[in-house]
Design a protein around this ligand. Structure first.
Ligand SMILES: [Zn+2]
Length: 71
């Protein structure tokens, strides 16, 4: 049995300044909350866009796929 030599590589940590990390974290949280709202909460009557069901219908399959209550 032969062994294939594996080059010795050392993992290097990602170095990110705190100011950039805060921006990435805040941006990710805002996008995640917006997605959560539009997929899980927006129901027409409580929609931020009025009584329109357009967004609800647009994300309807995702709502069912993720198990959010719908109808
Ligand atoms: Zn549904």
């Amino acid at each position: 049995m032969t062994t294939i030599p594996v080059p010795a590589t050392k993992a290097t940590p990602v170095v990110l300044p705190v100011s950039k990390a805060v921006l990435w974290l805040a941006g990710t949280a805002i996008v995640a909350l917006a997605l959560y709202y539009f997929i899980g909460v927006d129901q027409g009557a409580t929609s931020v866009f009025g009584k329109s069901m357009v967004i609800h219908e647009f994300v309807h399959d995702a709502r069912h796929f993720l198990g959010f209550p719908c109808h």
